[in-house]
Design a protein around this ligand. Structure first.
Ligand SMILES: [Zn+2]
Length: 354
């Protein structure tokens, strides 16, 4: 396909820029199968020169080609254009833009997630007609970034470096959290609920958290009976409800057939259980929550429930959650054994300050 040919030329320009010590981006303007202009990135951070390839290309074309020519031309670029470049391309009057690497893939090489924006629709609202096509030869395009800034480094290493920065940023964000605010965000209207207002004021409950980035269940061995197995529950719903009712009749309403449930099993008998709830996001951090935790009476005091929560917490980590949250507990000391820390205490009237 002809797009691939031009995108490969953009990749060559990008590598050429990288070899000179610049950022690895390149762009072309093509009309009727003819390359009119080409440009590389020349960004200079010290001198504050923007120098993006598309921006440079736009400036090469300005006052050199008529509006008619530009309208019929296609701008090819090695990577989906940033917003400043999109505006520059729009100002030039080019309507067709084809990119190699997508915003989403490129974001793997930055500490930020790419916002999912319908750029064509936004431009259309401004009366600007522009068609964005891509990605094209994206895997090949990602390899181009190995030449970033004049020093060849494997793509996997570049991505790992950014992943580490993202993880640190998330850890910093967690360290700065105002948990009372998080609590009101994930449980809106909590203290207006009748069953909360009806609690005796002397009953104080905990909200607890455990950051998951460094969480490792192997760090705390819990001796448990060897024949007990653990996992997401996929068995008969009625059998699960039977175990739940043996612990708390009221809880059955929270365990629906489509609920995510993690259990401990003795053979195929549910002996300990919890929900894997999704408490949504707060400032980009995903919060998961083991909830309605219970162990049927004959299996208590053997570490089975604690081991189950330890493994359920690991499942939340594997599912991409940043924080595990224990909501509405009066056994905070029990979860504390796994590393959970009380961040908010409350009674029927609201948050209790100590
Ligand atoms: Zn740009």
């Amino acid at each position: 396909m002809h797009h691939e040919n031009y995108i490969r030329q953009c990749y060559d320009l990008a590598i050429s820029a990288g070899r000179k010590g610049f950022d690895t981006f390149g762009a072309l303007l093509v009309r009727n199968g003819q390359v009119l202009e080409s440009a590389e990135n020349t960004a200079d951070y010290e001198r504050g020169f923007f120098g993006h390839a598309e921006f440079n290309l736009v400036h090469l074309c300005a006052n050199r080609y008529s509006d008619d020519v530009l309208r019929e031309s296609t701008l090819y670029t090695s990577c989906a254009p940033c917003e400043r470049c999109l505006c520059a391309i729009a100002s030039l009057g080019v309507r067709q833009v084809v990119y190699g690497v997508s915003w989403e893939k490129f974001s793997r090489l930055t500490p930020f997630d790419a916002p999912s924006i319908d750029r064509e629709a936004l431009l259309r609202q401004l009366g600007i007609e522009m068609h964005l096509t891509g990605p094209v030869l994206e895997d090949e395009g990602m390899r181009v970034f190995e030449w970033w800034g004049g020093e060849h480094r494997p793509l996997a290493e570049l991505i790992a470096e950014m992943d580490a920065i993202r993880a640190q940023n998330r850890a910093d964000a967690i360290a700065r959290l105002d948990y009372a605010d998080v609590f009101s965000h994930i449980q809106p209207g909590f203290f207006e609920k009748d069953y909360i207002r009806a609690l005796p004021p002397e009953h104080i409950f905990d909200e607890q958290v455990l950051p998951l980035s460094d969480y490792d269940p192997a760090a705390l061995p819990i001796p448990v009976p060897a024949h007990i197995t653990y996992g997401r529950y996929t068995g008969d719903h009625a059998a699960l409800l039977e175990a739940v009712r043996a612990v708390d009749e009221d809880w059955a309403q929270w365990f629906r057939p489509d609920s995510r449930t993690f259990v401990a099993l003795d053979g195929d008998k549910v002996v300990s259980f919890c929900l894997l709830d999704d408490f949504g996001e707060y400032e980009g951090l995903r919060i998961g929550a083991p909830g309605c935790v219970g162990t049927v009476p004959a299996y208590r005091k053997q570490g089975i429930g604690l081991r189950m929560i330890q493994l359920a917490t690991q499942v939340l980590k594997a599912d991409g959650y940043d924080l595990s949250w224990i909501h509405y507990t009066h056994v905070g000391h029990w979860y504390a054994r796994l590393g959970y820390r009380t961040v908010v205490r409350w009674n029927c009237r609201g948050v209790v300050s100590e």
